[in-house]
Design a binder for this molecule. Structure first.
Ligand SMILES: [Zn+2]
Length: 239
């Protein structure tokens, strides 16, 4: 399978960057992991009139991971996406209810109207776009957030989304061929944790024994040691 980094900015955009969006492709099947602000316009630059995907999976309800689902629904209902079959939209358990709650400010019911919405459960395998996925609970402040393990039956991709050090992160990355791991921080946060430093990302990678580590969700202004692979928008990786 091939991963295309559509956007990998942290909670604020890097210069010219899109927020979280990772396109996984194999044999014409197309799966998008998260859909943050900037992801839809980047996909539209390369696909006219509107992106054709099989499924989108959202890891959690921080805006930088799902914000472009709202305009995606608008475009699908009223704009250039009207002629295109909408992808399945997979949300964490309880996601429909979360969207209903956001309707008064975001018109989020448009999402439920446009997309065939499904909900996934923690550590319960599900199939999206023909890939097998398992969601592991991450430690991300008080918010329910999941890391995703994606398999094509042969190769595996682990995507941390947002997480502090936690057992779920190790389970997720165990023996992954590719580990897309966040490293948002320069220093560990005080109090309740939600993100990783670079040292913590490397430690998770080494403990889990994943094959290849690529750092994501890192502010451009924070350096990394020489030789460490750092994602950038437009990067393509064969897994
Ligand atoms: Zn987050």
């Amino acid at each position: 399978m091939r991963v295309n980094v559509v956007g990998c900015s942290p909670a604020w955009p890097n210069p010219g960057g899109a927020q979280s969006g990772y396109l996984v492709e194999e044999d014409g099947r197309r799966l998008l992991l998260d859909c943050g602000p900037g992801v839809l316009p980047r996909l539209r630059r390369f696909e006219q009139p509107w992106p054709r995907l099989d499924a989108i999976v959202i890891t959690h309800f921080h805006l930088d991971h799902w914000g472009d689902v709202v305009p995606w629904a608008f475009g699908g209902l009223f704009g250039a996406g009207r002629e295109v079959e909408p992808p399945e939209l997979w949300l964490p358990h309880g996601g429909r209810q979360t969207l209903h709650g956001l309707d008064p400010v975001l018109y989020a019911n448009a999402i439920l109207e446009h997309f065939p919405v499904q909900e996934y459960e923690e550590e319960t395998p599900f199939v999206a776009a023909g890939f097998e996925l398992v969601a592991y609970r991450m430690l991300h402040y008080a918010l329910e957030s999941y890391g995703l393990l994606v398999s094509d039956g042969d190769r595996t991709l682990a995507y941390s989304a947002d997480s502090a050090p936690c057992p779920g992160l190790i389970h997720l990355a165990r023996r992954a061929d590719l580990f897309l791991c966040e490293a948002t921080l320069a220093q560990p946060e005080q109090g309740i944790r939600g993100h990783l430093t670079w040292d913590e990302a490397r430690e998770a990678h080494e403990t889990a024994g994943s094959q290849r580590l690529v750092i994501i969700h890192r502010p451009d202004e924070l350096p990394l040691p020489e030789g460490v692979e750092r994602a950038y928008d437009g990067l393509e990786i064969d897994v």
